[in-house]
Design a protein around this ligand. Structure first.
Ligand SMILES: *Cc1c(COP(=O)(O)O)cnc(C)c1O
Length: 427
């Protein structure tokens, strides 16, 4: 497969964009290759700048659950374009969108639109702090909540030690109010709350972790967080930026039957446009300006193009049978990958929740970041490269999800797992 145009574009891009990319993981650094530049996409397929065709399992990191450029979304966007692309004033379409979100997720009584997942989580943390009058919050090691300062914090050494900045540019002061605990470990949360519970505004959690590979919540974990939050008056935030509209129409909170106080959304909700949202209990949401004292704003928030795209996408997902079909396709992918791994005799731990899956190259049982990080990233890089060469795009990192969507046919999925068998068989 030829990548000469991608290589040329990458060299040119590096002159004017840091590292040649607008988001670091796109640079393919962790798989030791140069990035492929995309040209266009339709359904389950993407074409690169050299004209190579791939069956895509990245889905723009989650949003393209209907496949790329779905007609329903394109028609909605075309219909709105001539009517104006941004007003900075309220519109009927925003009301319709908010009603659609509240209908899908009963824990959400009111919702505010923003322009990215990062903004959604950042704003939800601020709101929880304003509502409780407390400064600290708990996040979990290996969970990702976007790149705002307080959320880019790594675990300290002890249980209730101060967080440490995970990147230069985040101050020690900012990191000090972020407590980082291991995922899927209720004992650690209980011990921390017993010690500093009255200082903790919120617990923010990916109800299915999707940014350390895919790590499902342990049995009872989410319900346990709910109970502990109630006991200590802590706001429970489910970061459903990946899982919202993905693992069920109502997200992980529907799938696992646990109600958070606040929910953050992104990715799918924008139908491929830059959108995020945060919402939840009315009592908390009404702490936001202009009703309440907590300030939060956005020039392009509720952008009409993005709203019609999101509404069209959510509308398509409401059709009967959609999530059964996603489950069936996810199961087919998982079964194919399991067979490939067994035939090749490669150590691997497979996880899947609905249409999001991960193959960790480790013999450990993965339940948190400590176990996830035992995965052999060099082996993943070889797998990624072999799959790309055969015309299948996967996330360029071991610690991301493989997404199936409604545009993948059974033949697409079987072609992918056949290719995986071949690639793993050569390892
Ligand atoms: C992608 C992601 C974010 C950040 O969203 P952006 O739109 O990239 O800012 C936040 N939380 C989770 C769980 C995510 O997967």
């Amino acid at each position: 497969m030829q990548h000469s145009e991608s290589s040329r574009l990458f060299a040119e891009a590096k002159q004017v964009i840091p590292g040649g990319v607008n988001s670091p993981v796109r640079a393919f650094k962790s798989v030791g290759l140069d990035p492929v530049f995309y040209d266009h996409a339709k359904g389950a397929r993407v074409w690169d700048a050299d004209g190579n065709e791939y069956i895509d399992f990245v889905a723009s990191w989650g949003p393209m659950i209907l496949g790329h450029a779905p007609d329903a979304v394109l028609d909605a966007v075309r219909g709105q374009l001539e009517r104006g692309t941004s007003f900075g004033a309220p519109t009927a379409i925003e009301v319709e969108m908010a009603e659609a979100v509240c209908a899908c997720m009963p824990s959400i009584e009111e919702v505010r639109m923003v322009s990215s997942g990062t903004e959604a989580t950042m704003s939800a943390i601020r709101l929880a702090r304003g509502y409780t009058g407390r400064d600290k919050f708990i996040k979990f090691d290996g969970n990702y909540h976007g790149h705002s300062d307080a959320l880019l914090v790594a675990a300290g050494s002890g249980l209730v030690t101060l967080g440490i900045p995970s990147t230069p540019g985040v101050t020690k002061g900012t990191a000090a109010d972020t407590v980082v605990l291991p995922y899927n470990d209720l004992v650690a949360v209980a011990a921390t709350l017993a010690e500093i519970g009255e200082q903790v505004a919120a617990i923010i959690v990916e109800p299915v972790a999707g940014n350390m590979g895919v790590v499902p919540p342990a049995e009872g974990y989410l319900a346990g967080l709910r109970t502990l939050c109630d006991e200590y008056g802590v706001v429970l935030i489910f970061d459903e930026v990946i899982t919202g509209f993905r693992v069920a129409l109502g997200g992980a909170q529907e799938r696992y039957g646990v109600r958070p106080d606040l929910t953050t959304l992104g990715k799918i909700i924008g139908g491929g446009f830059p959108v995020g949202a945060f919402g939840g209990k009315r009592e908390i949401m009404e702490y936001l300006a202009p009703v309440g004292p907590v300030y939060q704003a956005g020039t392009l928030s509720g952008n009409p193009i993005a709203m019609v795209a999101g509404l069209a996408l959510v509308g398509a997902l409401k059709q009967p049978g959609v999530y059964d079909e996603l489950e069936r396709k996810g199961a087919r992918l998982e079964a194919g990958l399991r067979a490939a791994v067994e035939a090749a005799g490669v150590p691997a731990f497979l996880t899947r929740v609905g249409s999001m899956a991960c193959m960790f190259f480790t013999d450990a049982t993965v339940s948190d970041w400590k176990t996830a990080s035992t995965a052999d990233t060099a082996r993943y890089a070889a797998y990624f490269g072999g799959m790309l060469e055969r015309g299948f795009t996967l996330a360029p990192s071991q610690f991301e999800a493989t997404f199936v969507g409604l545009a993948h046919t059974d033949e697409d999925i079987d072609a992918m797992t056949d290719a995986a068998a071949e690639v793993l068989g050569r390892m």
